[in-house]
Design a protein around this ligand. Structure first.
Ligand SMILES: Cc1ncc(COP(=O)(O)O)c(C=O)c1O
Length: 416
């Protein structure tokens, strides 16, 4: 898909143009209907045009559409930060700031951590994704296309293997790589922070090994290193809980938020320990639009919907449906094209294999097209783009979910 007025450096997964949506359904400008398992890449945990969010934005638009918080504060920002302090399950009082995006949250976390520790090195993970700004690019554990042609990136940044039952990398392998890193590459006393996704999104919906996460927490505590957990994609119920770090038995020092925080309005946040968030001089954090009143109103409405009971019910329905289908498919003649079912809760990926057992990147490319033709929108992930990432709204009705999986099943059978 190419438009004279739009940069060709944007890669479009689905060459259609949407007109409107409702929960897990969208319609394009020709009137064709699709079941949406992309959900704005994890933004729409509450679906398209959730009535409570639409109403909150409408009401807010009639009162105050904008105030730059660091010039003239407004109620919505304060209310949202207070709501987040209650919603994020950590044992310390939460402090932070709002941003426009996930990458901006990561950028501001890096700045705060540098100021607080006086150190600048960052340890990130293979397959991780943290954004497309200059500093976050270097954190990503994948070169093409993100780090190509952009020259020298801000550093120093080092990467470790990401241990997960979903990719076959063990806790011991990751610990050995860590030992090597600190004996060959850099003194741990120069490391400002680790940044890690508890479940990798772009990397293929791989869940971090919990024992390794606890090793990491202890290592950070011993060496005065900040642990940043990036829940931009895994947060707000996708894992079946408010946040995926809860399943690891650890707490972050800083937590990055975005995507489903505000039901489709652009918003992110970096929250965590007050002493880290206060480390920069006054004026060191801020932004014209960050924490815009419309986005804050949408986020407050979203949080109200995300009760633990709702999240558990939605997570169980999605996880149950996905697991049941995947199990049933094992008996199909085309089962050999399926690899692992990755992830946890409603954050699940299905690996595709090629005929010779390698990553099924070409099969997934074909599947995206055939599913779209039959009315299902899917998203790829993984280094080789061979893992289907399932991001249906958590509020997706059972019938829509089954309808989507019926289409997926037909298309998988058609690939064999
Ligand atoms: C884990 C994670 N962190 C950060 C980002 C960057 O967020 P944004 O695209 O809002 O800048 C993403 C986006 O996909 C993400 O998945």
């Amino acid at each position: 898909m190419s438009h004279a007025s739009i940069s060709n450096s944007l890669a479009i997964v689905h060459p259609i143009s949407l007109s409107h949506g409702r929960n897990a359904e969208v319609w394009d400008s020709t009137g064709k209907r699709y079941i949406d398992f992309v959900g704005g890449i994890g933004v729409l945990n509450l679906g398209h045009c959730h009535p409570r969010i639409v109403e909150a934005v409408r009401e807010q638009a009639g009162r105050l559409t904008h105030s730059a918080f660091n010039a003239v504060p407004h109620e919505g920002y304060v209310q949202l930060m207070e709501a987040l302090a209650r919603f994020v399950p950590v044992s310390y009082p939460l402090s932070g700031m709002l941003t426009n995006s996930g990458a901006e949250a990561a950028e501001n976390a890096l700045k705060s951590v540098r100021a607080a520790t006086g150190r600048s090195a960052v340890i990130a993970f293979d397959g991780g994704f943290h954004g497309r700004t200059l500093a976050t690019l270097n954190l990503n554990g994948k070169v093409a296309p993100y780090k190509q042609k952009v020259g020298t990136l801000p550093g120093p940044v080092y990467h470790l293997p990401y241990p997960s039952a979903d990719n076959g990398v063990s806790r011991e392998q990751a610990l050995a790589a860590m030992e090597r890193l600190f004996s060959v590459e850099i003194d741990q006393a120069e490391v400002a922070c680790f940044i890690v996704e508890p479940i990798q999104g772009e990397g293929g919906f791989q869940a971090l090994d919990a024992a390794f996460a606890q090793d990491l927490r202890q290592f950070c505590d011993r060496h005065g290193i900040v642990l940043i957990i990036d829940e931009v994609q895994s947060g707000f119920g996708r894992s079946g809980q408010r946040f995926a770090f809860s399943r690891l038995g650890i707490e972050p020092d800083l937590l990055l938020l975005g995507k489903s925080i505000a039901g489709g309005l652009p918003l992110g946040a970096v929250v965590g320990r007050r002493e880290l968030m206060d480390a920069l001089p006054r004026g060191g954090l801020g932004g014209t639009y960050s924490g815009n009143p419309l986005a804050c109103a949408a986020a407050l409405a979203s949080l109200t919907e995300m009760s633990d009971a709702n999240l558990a019910t939605w997570g169980e329905l999605q996880a149950g449906t996905i697991e049941a289908r995947y199990q049933r498919w094992q008996g199909e003649p085309w089962a050999p094209l399926l690899g692992r079912l990755t992830g946890v809760g409603a954050m699940r990926g299905i690996e595709l294999r090629s005929a010779d057992g390698g990553p099924g990147s070409e099969r997934l490319a074909a599947l995206l097209g055939s599913a779209r033709e039959q009315g299902l929108l899917l998203m790829p992930s993984g280094k080789a783009r061979h893992i289907i990432r399932l991001l249906a709204p958590l509020t997706c009705e059972r019938e829509r979910l089954e309808e989507g999986f019926d289409i997926l099943e037909r298309c998988l059978a058609g690939l064999a």
